[in-house]
Design a protein around this ligand. Structure first.
Ligand SMILES: [Zn+2]
Length: 228
């Protein structure tokens, strides 16, 4: 199927604004609301149609996520679902979590971000602010082949994918200076290979600790040799 042009008025404004982002703005670039409204003269609520794209996985930052943006700017970070294809990007029923579901999920996750391990209100260190935890839905493929969405605790930074964080080389070099000769040699090997090799045990642990509580429990039972 051909990809429609953003100027093709036979498509709805959500599809057109999606194509405008791809064709005119380009991934990674910023745009102003004024420029967008100018591109779609007379289209009511073009801002809203653009925001609706986020539900289809499109990443469009405001100055909340990207501090280098002005309040009237957005950044088109990444393309999501091809909303111009039939059946794609249709509004999904919004199932918002209850306060009880949220607090139970956080409790089950020990109030830690399951991706990076940071706790609520803890500092990320080096001026990156403090962690705000939220509940995300994670697709988990079960042992029987079914897929279900489970709840998992995640911090704000992991949710937006660590974008906008700044590396502090001074701090890193200071830490390197504290390594013993054996650690230093291992690190040098990883650097030469430009990758770290993980044992099976480490890989299992790494995957396990990011799982939602229910999925962690299933793995726990398997490890203990209990039937699932
Ligand atoms: Zn995190």
């Amino acid at each position: 199927m051909n990809v429609p042009s953003w100027q093709d008025t036979s498509y709805g404004s959500k599809v057109r604004v999606a194509r405008w982002l791809v064709e005119v703005v380009g991934e990674g670039n910023r745009f102003t609301k004024a420029a967008m409204r100018e591109a779609f003269p007379g289209v009511a609520q073009i801002d809203r149609r653009m925001r609706d794209l986020r539900e289809a996985g499109w990443v469009i930052d405001t100055n909340r996520e990207d501090l280098s943006l002005h309040s009237n700017e957005h950044r088109f970070v990444a393309e999501g679902e091809p909303v111009w294809l039939p059946g794609k990007g249709k509004a999904k029923p919004k199932s918002s979590l209850t306060a009880t579901q949220r607090s139970e999920a956080m409790k089950a996750d020990s109030y830690l971000c399951r991706s990076c391990g940071v706790g609520a209100g803890e500092s990320f260190g080096e001026g990156h602010g403090t962690a705000q935890l939220d509940i995300a839905r994670r697709q988990v493929k079960l042992a029987n082949g079914d897929t279900e969405r489970q709840l998992v605790t995640e911090c704000h930074r992991c949710r937006i994918g660590n974008r906008g964080s700044e590396a502090d080389l001074t701090d890193l070099l200071r830490s390197v200076g504290t390594l013993g000769p054996v650690e230093r040699k291992v690190l040098a090997q990883w650097m030469d290979a430009d990758q770290r090799t993980y044992s099976l045990l480490e890989r299992l642990w790494g995957t396990y600790r990011t799982l939602p509580a229910e999925a962690r429990e299933a793995v726990k039972q398997a490890v203990r040799g209990e039937s699932q």
